[in-house]
Design a protein around this ligand. Structure first.
Ligand SMILES: Cc1ncc(COP(=O)(O)O)c(C=O)c1O
Length: 378
């Protein structure tokens, strides 16, 4: 049976293989593998791309969040407000600093932190807010920034799923005090392993992250503060430099594919993602909702169409996070969407013909679930 994956990283590699092979050979021949010329160049180019002064390459998106919080002075006894519907990494990064994550529910237009709920989550211990630009859509930054200013809080944007997305015409990552990106391979800008970056316009925060990412060293072998080891390596930086030159074209292609999904699925009986007027979505995921999500997913799978669920169990209902003190009913919107969300195939190399097939099978399911048999796709 012909399979349609959710993402196809092999195809992406093949599409730019010569450029990538060239940079990989160059790095191998250089004999420099950690914090060298490629990382420095990537940091400059990525900062420029984001429209911001400083970028610091680190080892993952999770550690980018952790280091950004540490640079802001967040730690033990502090509270950080985070959305209830996000990757577990957003919450684990807060806990890695010793601070306590305070979850708030999301809004349905963006699947992002609902700014109207900030006031009730705020306490005298709150130090920062982490809006997550989930699935590639910007969170509603203006009310979040206004609340943060009134209460003197740091705003750390989690841009791990939204490289290149715009809010009110400006890139995400340039709105808060500081921002974190993941370069996990499946991201819109992905490395060939783990990687991340912190970006900021604040020179003091940038310098702190730079020191914290390597044992607290200002100069080699002298730890001025207690840091960690979280370095982006030269190979990943070189690969990211190549891929960065393609990011806008890839995001445009994602948006084009999304338009086709809208065209073919509007009125079909699934809930489609919204595109708030103030944002330019980059469709890291194309997430639909349906009450019989699991049956739809199985129906697609039987026909060779893969899909994913981001995220099946809200964090506050996961065993490891029972100690956060929330329970069933704490976040009604998050709890309502998690059994319904389904991420359909979405990657720049996806052929339109395959996307049409996905939509046809979704349509068949919605019209009674007996439509084209798996053999049709052999
Ligand atoms: C919203 C969000 N935050 C943080 C992360 C963590 O990134 P990484 O996997 O690079 O640590 C991810 C990646 O899965 C993510 O999607």
């Amino acid at each position: 049976m012909r399979e349609i994956p959710v993402i196809d990283l092999k195809k992406q590699y093949e599409s730019i293989q010569l450029e990538l092979d060239e940079v990989i050979s160059r790095v191998l021949a250089s004999g420099s593998f950690i914090l060298g010329a490629e990382v420095t160049a990537f940091e400059k180019e990525f900062a420029e791309y984001c429209g911001i002064s400083y970028a610091i390459g680190v080892a993952s998106g999770t550690e980018a969040l952790q280091l950004a919080l540490l640079a802001c002075g967040v730690g033990e006894n502090d509270e950080v407000i985070v959305p209830a519907h996000t990757a577990v990494a957003t919450i684990s990064a807060v806990e890695a600093t010793g601070a306590h994550p305070i979850l708030v529910d999301i809004d349905l237009a963006r699947y992002a932190l609902n700014p109207d709920l900030l006031a009730q989550a705020f306490t005298s211990r709150t130090r920062a807010i982490i809006p997550v630009h989930l699935y590639g859509c910007a969170a509603d930054m203006n009310p979040i920034l206004q609340f943060a200013r009134e209460k003197n809080l740091f705003v750390l944007e989690d841009c791990s799923q939204a490289h290149g997305a715009l809010y009110q015409g400006r890139k995400v990552g340039s709105w808060g005090d500081i921002a974190a990106f993941s370069f996990y391979p499946t991201k819109n800008l992905g490395a060939f392993g783990d990687g991340g970056a912190v970006v900021t316009d604040n020179p003091d925060l940038a310098e702190k992250v730079r020191i914290l990412r390597q044992y607290g060293w200002k100069e080699h072998y002298v730890s001025s503060v207690k840091g960690i080891n979280s370095r982006l390596d030269e190979l990943q930086a070189g690969i990211l430099r190549v891929k960065l030159t393609h990011l806008d074209a890839w995001n445009n292609r994602r948006r084009k594919l999304a338009s086709l999904y809208y065209e073919l699925l509007t009125g079909a009986g699934v809930i489609l993602p919204q595109q708030p007027e103030d944002s330019q979505h980059v469709f890291h995921q194309f997430v639909i909702r349906h009450p019989r999500r699991d049956a739809l997913r199985a129906f697609l799978k039987e026909r060779g169409i893969h899909s994913l669920v981001h995220y099946p169990i809200p964090i506050h209902l996961q065993p490891a996070y029972a100690d956060l003190g929330f329970h069933e009913g704490s976040f009604p919107i998050t709890e309502a969407v998690s059994p319904e969300v389904l991420s359909l195939p979405m990657y720049p190399e996806l052929e339109e013909e395959k996307l049409r097939l996905v939509c046809r099978v979704v349509g068949d399911f919605l019209q009674g679930g007996c439509g084209p048999s798996p053999e049709l796709f052999s």
